[in-house]
Design a binder for this molecule. Structure first.
Ligand code: AMP
Length: 442
């Protein structure tokens, strides 16, 4: 949710942001007029209430015709106060309804355009030249089947398309990835968290997943629960309706959860294997920071993602995602895309979003006191000062390991000619020291 004061002071900036996102610009004017009505009706209500109170004091002192006249006026005023109250409530509700539909303001450096209009910020590593090694790379599904690691046929039999089983070494590989990712995050100071996968509407709405993204979300109508598409949702809502002392910031959590995605609108896309599925597990980094620290934290999240992918020895590029592909909550998003040999292109593996104060305003998460840098302590940080200024903080999220896509990239990039797969060193301690995964299929 954007700051309504900013909207009033600089509506053109909000219009430009909506335009850059390819979204409804008229919404800005509808919101401005609802906000104007909200403010003027609140003033009107306050005036009438003051008049009513003043009149109330005069009545006991009056007598005769004067009293009759005052009582008549009091009756009229009571009706007017009731109407003004209804009008202010209606305008406030309309303002809230409209502001929740508005996306976050885009960062001025974000490239303008759609999915294909990203900017490449950096390329790390070099894709392998399989031709020079004398063999044609197999795709992840063929490798997964040879290793006895992936079973999509039975996934489809039991649950339908875009479902799968990870079996044998595939299951072990997921557990190894998750443990390695949690170990990296913990070493960086993140608190590991196992989060709920079902949340109430407010958590979903607050994180910005019920607007344009709603069609991608599973809803359990009978109980009015949503299945989360990412642990970003329960991690953002973790401090809902709370005030965090500035001295405690940044707060960093590494969530591990199943993620459920309807994948509406992707019919026919990535239908082979486990690249795009309805259910997967993910380790997600989530930070609460002071707004003035948000851009630096965004860079730090990206650096942790790069550390992770570099450790897995995957070639990848970092992109600055274009305005039209940001999603409602992000003001800026950096994706890391790993090279997928059989597709001959880089594909998204991680995504780091700076949501500024957008989610915090919707979820009412605020900070108290001045933030004096991440080294501040409770005694020196000033945040414990009672009566400190209370204001929204900023939230950011970044993927560390989205399991199936990471498995796709690992199998394809580290395959050997006979269908076995080399295990990168960072993962070996989590796989009982195994250096190579061997085919099991006859
Ligand atoms: P997002 O929360 O949409 O930024 O996604 C985080 C990461 O999860 C992406 O970078 C992908 O690696 C992965 N991911 C997203 N959707 C799917 C899906 N349907 N199946 C498998 N992995 C996915």
């Amino acid at each position: 949710m954007i700051d309504l004061r900013l909207l009033r002071e600089d509506p053109d900036r909000v219009r430009a942001s909506q335009r850059a996102r390819g979204e409804d610009v008229d919404l800005v004017d509808a919101l401005l007029s609802a906000d104007e009505r909200r403010r003027s009706s609140a003033v009107r209500f306050d005036e009438l209430r003051a008049e009513q109170k003043a009149l109330g004091k005069l009545i006991p002192k009056a007598a005769g015709d004067e009293k009759t006249e005052l009582l008549k006026k009091a009756g009229e005023l009571a009706t007017a106060v009731k109407a003004a109250d209804a009008a202010q409530n209606e305008a406030a509700e309309e303002t809230q309804r409209l502001v929740l539909r508005l996306g976050n303001l885009v960062h001025p450096d974000v490239p303008v355009g759609g999915e294909e209009d990203f900017t490449v910020l950096e390329t790390v590593g070099t894709p392998r030249d399989f031709a020079s090694e004398g063999f044609e790379p197999k795709d992840h599904l063929e490798l997964g089947q040879l290793l006895g690691a992936i079973d999509v046929e039975r996934g489809a039999k039991v649950s339908g398309s875009r479902f799968y089983y990870l079996t044998g070494v595939g299951a072990l590989l997921e557990l190894a990835l998750v443990n390695a990712a949690i170990a990296q995050a913990t070493a960086a100071g993140f608190v590991p968290m196992l989060t709920p996968a079902l949340v109430k509407p407010r958590a979903m709405e607050g994180t910005g997943f019920l607007g344009q993204a709603a069609e991608n979300v599973y809803h359990l109508e009978k109980d009015d629960y949503y299945l989360v598409g990412t642990s970003e949702v329960p991690l953002a809502a973790y401090h809902m309706d709370e005030i965090v002392e500035a001295s405690r910031l940044p707060l960093r959590y590494a969530g591990f959860s199943p993620c459920f995605r309807r994948e509406a609108g992707t019919y026919g896309k990535d239908t082979r294997g486990i690249f795009r599925v309805h259910q997967f597990d993910k380790v997600e980094m989530f930070s609460y920071v002071a707004p003035e620290d948000a851009e630096a934290e965004h860079q730090r999240l990206l650096d942790w993602e790069k550390q992770w992918l570099t450790g897995l020895e995957l070639p990848f590029q970092v992109i600055d995602v274009a305005t039209g592909d940001l999603g409602a909550s992000a003001s800026r998003k950096f994706d890391c895309e790993a090279w997928i040999p059989t597709q001959g292109k880089y594909r998204e593996l991680t995504s780091a979003s700076n949501c500024d104060e957008f989610q915090a305003r919707r979820l009412s998460v605020r900070m108290r006191g001045e933030w004096r840098g991440s080294g501040a302590t409770s005694s020196g940080g000033g945040g414990r000062a009672t009566g400190g200024h209370v204001r929204p903080l900023a939230t950011l999220n970044g993927t560390l390991c989205a399991v199936p896509r990471t498995i796709v990239a690992l199998l394809e990039n580290h395959q050997l000619a006979d269908g076995s797969v080399r295990v990168p060193e960072v993962l070996r301690p989590y796989l009982g020291g195994r250096e190579v995964l061997e085919p099991t299929a006859k």
